[in-house]
Design a protein around this ligand. Structure first.
Ligand SMILES: *Cc1c(COP(=O)(O)O)cnc(C)c1O
Length: 400
């Protein structure tokens, strides 16, 4: 009998009990708005920001309504204007070019390599075209950050990091989000912390962070933040910066604080699952694994592999056969985008030029989530199923 997997690829863990308790306390006192406090009270949101800044090793942190909001706020805080060009990845998630478009700027896509990271040669060639790079560490893959920063510094390009998939990860000992001038994170359900919706910005730049805080809708209550620049940094900025409401609230903050305390053990649990799948798929002809560089202290909450240069029909066949056995693979290369879009040519409003190098990689990427509700044994079973079905389709192709 062939085995099938019965777990759900979209089922995250429950909110920890201490998070539920903290949320109930907020619901019982009713002060959900972050600036609604009684004398002597420090809001959950302000405490969360302080703890997040500490966890990331940043001077300043701001909690906001979503990861997408964090990115558009970062671009605004750095002075990106309508019509400006902003560099970004050809392979990322729709809210990344969306953040660029939301400020009236124009995305300039940079090719993706076989390691699923931004192509640094292409970045070097295009660096002169823009003042800002919105760098997405898509699916948790981190490029050579030393070389990336050298290219951007030499070209005068400011780097904003999209760390939606790298919260808790690092490159050569420096945490993801701490290489560029600002780092952005998401706490949407499928990311490393879960508050349904939510996000963070971190920075050491007092001017940029003061602008971000006013932009987020602080009114003149920024002094109630605990991970904010000193009041002097706001002296002029508070008059020159619009309020574009996107605050975090105390209910979400209460849910997030206990999760943040567990972040490193959660990251270790993801990586153990990732390695179990990777081990199960090693040494197959036709299937390319993504090798992780030594300098990358990754956090893998999802798994990718490539069926490079396979016919579309054969890839579709693998996806269908795995699905029939309970393993949900997402094919980013499908010509017509389904569910979450991740490919530059799905964003036609940006009028992207064709990118044949990236097309070859994107046509071969298969992806799946690894929620922590899966056991190691589940991950081993998933790998066995993928292995068998890839092999079956591969041999069928060879026999044709
Ligand atoms: C989820 C995600 C975002 C945006 O996060 P939201 O909180 O959903 O707005 C940004 N970048 C990537 C790569 C993501 O996966």
């Amino acid at each position: 009998m062939t085995e099938s997997f019965t777990g759900s690829f979209t089922q995250q863990e429950p909110i920890p009990e201490d998070g539920i308790e903290a949320a109930l306390a907020v619901l019982r006192h009713g002060r959900l708005h972050r600036y609604n406090t009684v004398a002597g009270e420090v809001a959950e949101t302000a405490l969360l920001e302080q703890e997040f800044a500490d966890a990331m090793g940043a001077q300043y942190a701001l909690a906001v309504a979503s990861g997408g909001y964090a990115m558009s706020t970062a671009l605004r805080a750095l002075g990106v204007k309508p019509g400006d060009r902003v560099l970004s990845n050809a392979f990322t998630l729709a809210p990344v070019p969306g953040a660029i478009a939301s400020v009236g700027a124009v995305p300039v896509f940079v090719e993706v390599t076989q390691d699923l990271t931004i192509d640094l040669d292409d970045l070097a060639a295009k660096a002169g075209q823009a003042g800002v790079l919105l760098l997405s560490h898509m699916r948790g893959h981190i490029c050579d950050m030393d070389r990336l920063m050298a290219i951007c510094d030499a070209a005068g390009v400011q780097v904003v990091e999209d760390c939606a998939h790298t919260m808790g990860a690092a490159w050569r000992g420096t945490m993801s989000g701490r290489h560029g001038v600002m780092g952005c994170y998401s706490t949407q359900t499928y990311k490393h912390l879960n508050s349904g919706e939510g996000g963070f910005l971190v920075s050491d730049d007092p001017q940029a962070m003061a602008r971000a805080i006013i932009l987020s809708g602080s009114y003149m209550m920024y002094a109630r933040h605990r991970a904010a620049p000193p009041p002097e940094a706001f002296a002029q900025i508070r008059f020159d910066t619009p309020n574009i409401s996107g605050r975090m609230d105390n209910l979400r903050a209460a849910i997030l604080r206990p999760q943040l305390r567990n972040l490193s053990s959660q990251c270790a649990a993801w990586n153990a699952r990732y390695r179990a799948v990777e081990t199960g798929l090693r040494g197959m002809t036709g299937l390319t694994l993504i090798e992780r560089p030594e300098a990358e202290q990754f956090v893998a909450s999802s798994f990718q592999f490539l069926l490079l240069d396979w016919q579309g029909d054969a890839v579709r066949d693998v996806v269908a056969r795995c699905a029939a056995r309970g393993v949900e693979l997402k094919w980013f290369g499908a010509p017509d985008p389904v569910a979450f879009t991740s490919k530059y040519d799905s964003w036609r409003y940006a009028n992207p030029a064709p990118m044949p190098k990236s097309d070859r990689i994107l046509a071969g990427i298969l992806d799946m989530r690894l929620p922590l509700t899966f056991s190691i044994a589940d991950c081993e079973q998933i790998a066995r199923i993928i292995r068998a079905e890839v092999l079956a389709v591969y041999q069928g192709q060879a026999d044709k």
